[in-house]
Design a protein around this ligand. Structure first.
Ligand SMILES: O=C(O)CCC(=O)C(=O)O
Length: 467
């Protein structure tokens, strides 16, 4: 998978992520960039067998070089704590993590050096190892689960906020802890059954168009519909849609994905990802002033789906490279062959998972996009790229890909050119793929609990009709 730059990632959702405890403006830039996983090519798989002496020596050398770099930057206290952590001192590991965390939050994300991101990952790795060692030493008794959760959270935070230097080590540690958890992880069947039922109902909401229209922007489904095709060939996709810069819904192309069945089972999702820490967005949508981001466990996120009643509390796991973070989930999906149109390179693969009522405001992205609707349904409205000026893009850099026009409450006095604009729209049903050409404006509202996956790619050959 190719890399996406922090700047383009940040621009995507206009705002950026911050740590939940941060609130000031300068820290906003840190937000989304920090949560993005800017990944190197896939790391070699780690197995349960002990690493060879050479590999261990190589790791030790990488860590030593990192500590020299941090020393060069004046991080003496960090280095002292990291060394004690290496010798088995949990408190020192936690102190080192705290120090690195402060460095990550000392200014705009773009100015945080790679060394401090790697240092943060190192400290997370120490915390996790020492937590799990404590657990082993106590014979799995008292406080063991708390240690396991703390270790998982430390490792996820290392993946989310840390650099790439120790990524493979973080992933190997995660795989080890997850594998241990799979033994004897049953229980609560009665509770889960009830949850199962609610889950299925939530996925099934708003099947009736008349109900859906009550929550959709004015004039929805009254203009041109996005063309719907059944499982077309790559050649046909290229000739009739990709080269013509024209959106299309393709049905029947992801019926073979294991995700189509597996993710309908909430027990499965909880088992695979329940204890993992993920970044979520909280609030009506990312242009609202009270919108914020938090780090929660996947289970906590699922629980919030049931309890969300008011829009200001809507919790959305949006635009997150979940499949890089949780490898088991990546085995449930397949990159659609349409994403190879134009001989390009996949730029990013993101999860969009949330309850009914999440809104992604009208915005555009620089890449080709295949949005796969795995669970539930979404309303999507599209405006062509050339219409941009009539949609009044925000003037601030961070939001310049987002329209000032709120489709849920359009103020035509303020934005007169937005009246009577032609658009295309559709309801994206479970199992559909939607092709969104680069720079096409799109607004997205979930009509039920919904799980989508977006595949962004950059084409080596640009369509002639493209913008
Ligand atoms: O599903 C959503 O809420 C937004 C998806 C989107 O904007 C995208 O895939 O680019």
């Amino acid at each position: 998978m190719g890399k996406v730059s922090p700047a383009s990632f940040a621009a995507k959702r206009g705002k950026t992520h911050t740590h939940p405890e941060q609130s000031n403006e300068s820290q906003k830039y840190l937000r989304r960039c920090a949560f993005a996983l800017f990944l190197p090519p896939a790391a070699p798989a780690h197995h349960a067998a002990p690493p060879s002496l050479m590999a261990a020596a190589a790791e030790a050398e990488r860590v030593a070089a990192l500590l020299r770099e941090i020393t060069g930057e004046g991080g003496f206290a960090f280095v002292a704590s990291a060394e004690k952590a290496g010798a088995g001192d949990l408190r020192a590991a936690e102190a080192a993590r705290e120090m690195a965390w402060e460095q990550l939050h000392s200014g705009p994300w773009s100015e945080v050096g790679t060394a401090w991101r790697d240092a943060y990952a190192l400290a997370c790795l120490h915390v996790a190892r020492l937590r799990t060692r404590t657990r082993g030493a106590s014979g799995g008794g008292g406080g063991g689960d708390g240690d396991r959760s703390a270790a998982l959270r430390a490792l996820d935070m290392g993946l989310i906020m840390g650099g790439n230097l120790l990524r493979a080590d973080l992933e190997a540690a995660l795989a080890r802890i997850s594998a241990e958890a799979c033994d004897g992880d049953e229980g609560g069947a009665g509770v889960v059954d009830e949850e199962d039922q609610r889950w299925k109902e939530a996925l099934d909401r708003n099947r009736d168009i008349a109900d859906a229209l009550k929550v959709l922007p004015a004039n929805s489904l009254s203009c041109k519909k996005v063309e719907r095709r059944s499982c077309i060939s790559l050649e046909e996709f290229i000739c009739n849609y990709f080269l013509r810069d024209s959106p299309v819904i393709i049905s029947g192309a992801i019926d073979h994905w294991p995700a189509r069945e597996k993710w309908k089972d909430i027990k499965y999702l909880k088992k695979i990802a329940g204890d993992r820490t993920v970044p979520v967005e909280v609030g009506k949508n990312y242009v609202c002033s009270d919108w914020k981001q938090e780090l929660v466990t996947f289970s906590q996120f699922l629980d919030r789906m049931w309890s969300t009643v008011c829009p200001s509390k809507l919790t959305y796991l949006a635009q997150h490279p979940l499949f890089e973070q949780i490898k088991e989930l990546s085995e449930d999906i397949v990159v659609p062959e349409y994403c190879y149109a134009g001989g390009g390179e996949l730029q990013s693969l993101n999860a969009w998972f949330g309850p009914q009522g999440t809104v992604t405001p009208l915005h555009h992205d620089p890449h080709h996009n295949i949005l796969a609707q795995v669970l539930g349904r979404k309303y999507i409205r599209l405006y062509p790229a050339f219409i941009s000026e009539d949609l009044y893009p925000h003037t601030e850099t961070m939001l310049c890909n987002t329209s000032q026009v709120d489709l849920d409450n359009i103020d035509f006095k303020e934005f007169p050119r937005a009246e009577n604009l032609e658009f295309m729209d559709c309801i994206l049903e479970e199992g559909d793929l939607l092709y969104i050409p680069p720079k096409w404006w799109h607004y997205v509202r979930s009509l039920s609990t919904s799980f989508s996956v977006s595949f962004w790619w950059r084409a080596a050959v640009q369509p002639s009709g493209g913008s």
